[in-house]
Design a protein around this ligand. Structure first.
Ligand code: URA
Length: 436
């Protein structure tokens, strides 16, 4: 008979773990049959020994099936996107409505900020009145109305992951390719998806700092998701500088609104089109990836994505007239301070992690899980790699709740941005590779 002891003993003695063992373990994590000590030993065993491909798929499916798995009775492909986390990455808020405008159904289960990276739910909650924790009926109603909904995972979604993640956090077992893969995909696949695109970020502002580790994560995720029956492609994209010129919840929503209602140039549109193109092609909504990218860009350009976004926000409790008057609705920080360049030069390096931590320091993210996020604070008008600046010109604007917090953030921004006398020769491409 399977028990926590028998599974842990198999792990310890390098014996194969059967799908049944992993199903048992995931169910036990979800219903409390497995104790914290056993959960910690399980996480450590997986970290130390690793899983083979089949084991990774079995663990992902077991964790997905530990809770409720949605199914959609719709006449359209059910698609989603996941980013491994970066700074100034508000792409989900553009891509979900753009995909909906192009004929997909997008039930996006998203997360909150983690470490120096921002979270899609925190960004959405900068919009007054909007609620991201919806029960299943309301989630379905928003998807029906707008074609997309971006919500938090309820307690019924992959509960084994919720338990195991908390245990991993305190047992130094977060950093395992097998556990990260199963954790991310269990939650995503519980959304009942047919197609998924993964935006694996690489660079100073990402968790994966080099191509080798980004590639390893992209391969593990795509192999596992495809084997689990969800058509999945990964795009490895650049995070050697923030994606948008703003970091912080309301400031990033403002960036999104500028893209959706007017300014369609720049990296946010480029990456939305690239990720959306992959999904559109894989779902048969476009003739190929480039055609799909063009369709997504057109939906952003002609206002159809904005219209879906407005419908989604209103259905989630946000202001009905947000599209027309978004600047009036978004909260503003009381202290706005320019950070100036200490010398003439070209921007040659940007430490995105340090900028992300500066936003956390301003109150725009969490140091502790229980911290409240201030939606108004952050950084805006951040320079980009290769920009020429003169001494005294702005590198960024700090939006803060208090003058002392603004001073600390200004120091952090100045330290995070390197200037050199000559223009850097090579600027990084936004998209590095596609896998899967
Ligand atoms: N995000 C998750 O959801 N799980 C992990 O393990 C890491 C990042």
């Amino acid at each position: 008979m399977t028990s926590a002891r028998s599974v842990l003993s198999a792990l310890r003695h390098d014996k194969p773990l059967r799908p049944d063992d992993l199903q048992w373990m995931a169910a036990g994590l979800a219903d409390g049959t497995v104790s914290d000590a056993q959960a910690g030993a399980f996480a450590m065993g997986i970290c130390a020994r690793g899983l083979d491909r089949a084991g990774r798929v079995a663990l992902t499916l077991a964790m997905r099936d530990s809770g409720h798995v949605l199914s959609w009775d719709v006449d359209a492909p059910v698609l989603d996107k996941h980013s491994t986390g970066g700074v100034g990455d508000c792409v989900s808020l553009i891509l979900a409505p753009a995909l909906a405008a192009c004929g997909a159904v997008v039930p996006m289960i998203s997360g909150r900020g983690l470490g120096h990276t921002g979270g899609t739910l925190d960004k959405l909650e900068a919009i007054p009145g909007l609620v991201t924790v919806l029960d299943e009926d309301r989630f379905r109603a928003v998807v029906r109305d707008a074609g997309c909904a971006i919500v938090g995972a309820t307690a019924e979604v992959a509960p084994a992951d919720k338990r195991l993640y908390a245990v991993r956090d305190v047992t130094s077992t977060v950093d395992s390719l097998d556990l990260i893969t199963a954790s991310i995909l269990a939650k995503k696949l519980a959304g009942g998806l047919e197609g998924l695109v993964l935006d694996v970020k690489v660079g100073k502002g990402a968790f994966m700092k080099d191509m080798a580790s980004a590639r390893a994560l992209a391969e593990a995720l795509t192999e596992t998701a495809n084997a689990a029956g969800c058509r999945t492609t990964a795009v490895i994209s650049d995070m050697s500088q923030p994606l948008a010129a703003s970091l912080g919840n309301a400031l990033e929503v403002a960036e999104v609104m500028r893209v959706l209602t007017g300014d369609q140039r720049g990296p946010l549109v480029e990456i939305s089109a690239a990720l959306g193109g992959v999904l559109m092609a894989s779902a048969g909504l476009a003739k190929g990836v480039q055609d799909g990218a063009d369709l997504i860009a057109a939906a952003i350009r002609d206002g159809r994505a904005a219209e879906r976004f407005g419908r989604m926000l209103a259905a989630m409790g946000g202001p009905v007239r947000f599209l027309e008057d978004w600047a009036r609705f978004l909260p503003e920080a009381p202290v706005i301070r320019e950070v100036t360049a200490p010398a003439d030069g070209y921007v040659s390096d940007i430490d995105g992690e340090a900028l992300g931590m500066a936003v956390v320091g301003l109150g725009g993210g969490r140091m502790l899980e229980t911290d409240e996020v201030n939606p108004a604070v952050g950084l805006a008008q951040v320079v980009r790699l290769g920009d020429a600046v003169q001494r005294g010109q702005p590198l960024a604007m700090v939006h803060a709740a208090r003058p002392d917090a603004a001073d600390a953030a200004a120091r952090a921004v100045r330290d995070a941005i390197t200037l050199q006398p000559r223009a850097p020769r090579d600027l990084p491409d936004l998209i590095h590779e596609r896998i899967g």
